[in-house]
Design a protein. Structure first.
Lengths: 562, 202
């Protein structure tokens, strides 16, 4: 690509480091801000998780009263979902998507900065309930009529509504930005079917955010009107309908589940091929499976509402079970990518493999819950808590950590220490399963969620002790990560441009990249332009028979679908 | 949607590649409008749900006035007319006629303000409030949020008018006019939905 040298060269004006980060519109700096902000909220919500698990370890109320407990699980869920997982994955997408597309920045850099800065504001407002007489305490789902002014006095719930609305606006603006970037900013040669899988998952995620989040905003506004202006959307005494809230919330909330998991699937689908030294098996099948999940996600919301008695069970059960098909296709994409690959068990690869195995468990328990007879038995028990943590934590958060180890060298120019990373992974993996696997059995034996106490005669104590130990192991596992990050900044191994021998364009520039991203771009003839640049066609083959294919047909050759 | 030379040029300067088709700013506006459609879809869902589940006759609470259908019809005509005047302004600037753009934008803004004034007058004489039963809640929420969007569009029109007055638009460079006009048409279409659902489908 032709480059132009500016004469005279533009001179950067001097400004302080702090002002530079506060006013930046560079997608990479905004991406880093997203990630750092997300991890701060992760630690805060993680402390709340420890409060919950400490209280539940043994029967009786030892540490907090019921009201504090309710606030703790509400804030834990809200913050983990809306201010950790989604923004952390958005942060990686912010940093990586323009690089993967060969673009110099996002389509709307200033809106990008606005999207980010609304997050600490919204999150701060949600948390600030603690300063004004108690935070929201109705659970992250905020069911009516618990959220009515009658049952939830005080401003905590109002701050929760306002904060979530701001975070929602941030998400919507971010989604507009991602879609516009992906459709308008691709480098020459980067056709839609040459985009890296991560970009595809971000695109589908952005469409879901764009169309689902406004519906939640409408519901939150309706709730705010009910609480503050005498409205009666959800008040049955004057003609309203509390179940309406559940419809609105889950019409947003189920696409939301895929908003949380799809980018993590994208991360894993970037990492597995690199550390298997093979292309992703079935690229197009994966793309269409992602689109299918996005489409199906609009027709499954009422599986959260089977026990309300006001939804058509067979339809929502059937549609929910259908989602297992595209998800199963992805499982086979991943397994076939690993099959006979030259596996390198680096830390990002370990987290990616952890994702696959843990998400599989969460997916299977999800199909179980899609069956109304089972759901009627397990509604609001710890089985649901186990399921959602295997999906969100075993799935998405493993994806976040995989992305952290995978792209840290690109963002900082230094590789995180591998042995420390593996210590992190194993403590995390064992602690996670110890914390959440027993919850399946607790739920099957009837332990309800969102209770601060349980009877010593119920026989739930041993499993709760195990779960609490697991939760503290997860907390401990973060320590090697923090040590690793600090030590790497002080004296880390220099990464070079392409430490993992990657496939995608972010590895074609320096680590960290310059503000304008690329001096020049390699030719793009496939979804792995960098691999073909560094290895040429002949060495691309993992199997001898690949060599016999026509090297000119490089778009289609990778997955044998033709 | 036809291609806009001005937008293409700007895109090429800015990103050096990929700048064909619709200008990026208009893509962004269309996506934003898509999210707004879903926001109003949520509000319409609350309206239909309330109408389906609330007992008794659907309408303003007992003792209050009936809805003023003639006034609402006049306001509808005003807003629909403003969509036409907006489009005349867009066509003018595509020809490079900035004088006509100023004229049509000013008329559009005037019609928008007239609509908002009429709506506020309607509110002042209806005799029931947002807290008077579920009809009051959904009526004021739906019309109120639509009114807020008209206000937002009027702010956009004011900016376009001010920029047109300073001569900042040309046949090649007027992406802001196109974007604001898209938004204004969207607000108009939403009102047709609100009017049909609340006033006609009784």
């Amino acid at each position: 690509m032709a480059t132009t040298t500016l004469e005279p060269r533009t001179v950067a004006y001097r400004r302080s480091w702090v002002l530079d980060w506060l006013t930046t519109v560079d997608h990479k700096k905004i991406g880093v801000l997203y990630i750092v902000n997300s991890f701060m909220f992760f630690f805060a919500a993680g402390i709340l998780a420890l409060v919950i698990r400490s209280e539940l370890a043994v029967p009786g109320l030892q540490f907090v009263d019921e009201s504090t407990y309710n606030q703790a699980f509400t804030m834990h869920g809200t913050i983990m979902l809306f201010l950790f997982i989604i923004p952390a994955l958005s942060g990686f997408a912010n940093y990586i998507v323009p690089l993967m597309l060969g673009a110099p920045d996002m389509a709307f850099p200033r809106i990008n900065a606005l999207s980010f800065w609304l997050l600490p504001l919204g999150g701060g407002l949600i948390f600030s309930g603690y300063l004004f007489g108690g935070a929201a305490a109705e659970g992250w789902t905020g069911y009516a009529p618990l959220t009515s002014s009658q049952y939830s006095e005080g401003v905590g719930t109002d701050l929760w509504i306002i904060g979530l609305t701001l975070v929602g606006v941030a998400s919507i603006l971010g989604a507009v930005n991602f879609i516009a970037t992906i459709f308008k900013m691709r480098a020459p040669g980067m056709t839609l079917f040459r985009m890296p899988i991560f970009v595809w998952t971000v695109l589908v995620t952005a469409v879901l955010i764009l169309l689902a989040t406004p519906v939640l905003a409408a519901g939150l506004i309706a709730l705010f009107i009910d609480r503050n202006y005498g409205g009666s959307f959800f008040d049955p005494s004057v003609g309203g309908n509390p179940v309406l809230w559940q419809h609105i919330f889950w019409f947003f909330g189920h696409p939301e589940v895929y908003i949380v998991i799809l980018p993590a699937m994208g991360v894993v689908s970037e990492i597995l091929p690199v550390f298997s030294r093979k292309p992703l098996f079935g690229y197009k099948a994966f793309v269409f499976a992602t689109i299918a999940i996005g489409l199906l996600s609009w027709s499954v919301w009422a599986h959260h509402m089977f026990t309300t008695g006001s939804v058509f069970l067979p339809f929502f059960s059937f549609m929910t079970a259908l989602i297992a098909i595209p998800t199963g296709i992805k499982m086979f994409n991943w397994l076939a990518t690993l099959w006979r690959g030259k596996l390198m068990l680096t830390t990002p690869m370990l987290f990616a493999l952890g994702f696959i195995s843990m998400f599989l468990i969460g997916g299977i328990s999800g199909v179980m819950l899609a069956s109304p007879p089972i759901d009627f038995h397990l509604q609001d028990t710890y089985f649901v808590v186990a399921h959602l943590h295997y999906v969100f934590f075993g799935g998405s958060v493993f994806g976040v950590f995989a992305a952290t180890y995978y792209w840290f060298p690109k963002m900082t120019g230094r590789k995180l220490n591998e042995p420390l990373g593996k210590v992190h992974f194993w403590i995390h993996f064992i602690g996670f399963n110890l914390a959440f696997f027993p919850m399946h059995q607790l739920g099957l034996s009837g332990m309800p969620r969102r209770v601060a106490d349980y009877s010593p005669d119920a026989g739930w104590t041993i499993l709760n002790v195990a779960s609490t130990i697991g939760a503290f192991m997860i907390a401990v596992s973060v320590i090697p990560l923090l040590i690793n990050v600090v030590a790497t900044f002080i004296n880390g191994e220099p990464a070079g441009n392409d430490p993992w021998e990657g496939n995608t364009l972010e590895w074609a520039t320096t680590s960290p990249p310059p503000p304008y991203n690329f001096d020049s771009l390699p030719p793009i003839h496939s979804e792995r332009p960098l691999f073909f640049l560094t290895h040429g066609h002949g060495h691309a083959a993992a199997r001898p028979e690949d060599l016999e294919e026509d090297p000119g047909d490089d778009v289609e050759r990778r997955d044998g679908l033709v | 949607m036809q291609a806009h030379p001005a937008g293409e040029h700007a895109a090429q300067v800015a990103i050096a590649h990929g700048g064909s088709g619709m200008p990026t700013a208009l893509v962004g506006m269309l996506l934003f409008i898509a999210s707004e459609v879903m926001f109003f879809a949520g509000l319409f869902a609350t309206y239909f749900n309330a109408r389906a589940t609330s007992p008794g006759e659907w309408g303003p609470p007992a003792g209050a006035h009936e809805l003023d259908l003639p006034l609402a019809a006049v306001l509808t005509a005003i807003l629909v007319a403003s969509s036409f005047t907006m489009q005349f302004g867009v066509w003018a600037i595509r020809r490079g006629d900035i004088g006509k753009l100023r004229l049509w934008t000013a008329i559009t803004l005037g019609l928008g303000v007239l609509f908002l004034s009429g709506q506020l007058y309607d509110y002042s004489v209806l005799g029931f409030g947002i807290g008077d039963g579920v009809f009051g809640t959904v009526f004021y929420t739906l019309t109120g949020f639509h009114g807020a969007h008209v206000f937002g569009g009027a702010v956009g029109l004011t900016i376009v008018l001010a920029r047109a007055w300073r001569g900042q638009f040309s046949a090649r460079n007027h992406v802001a006019v196109e974007a604001v006009s898209m938004y204004w048409h969207f607000v108009d279409v939403v009102w047709i939905g609100v009017f049909s659902v609340i006033y006609l489908l009784r």
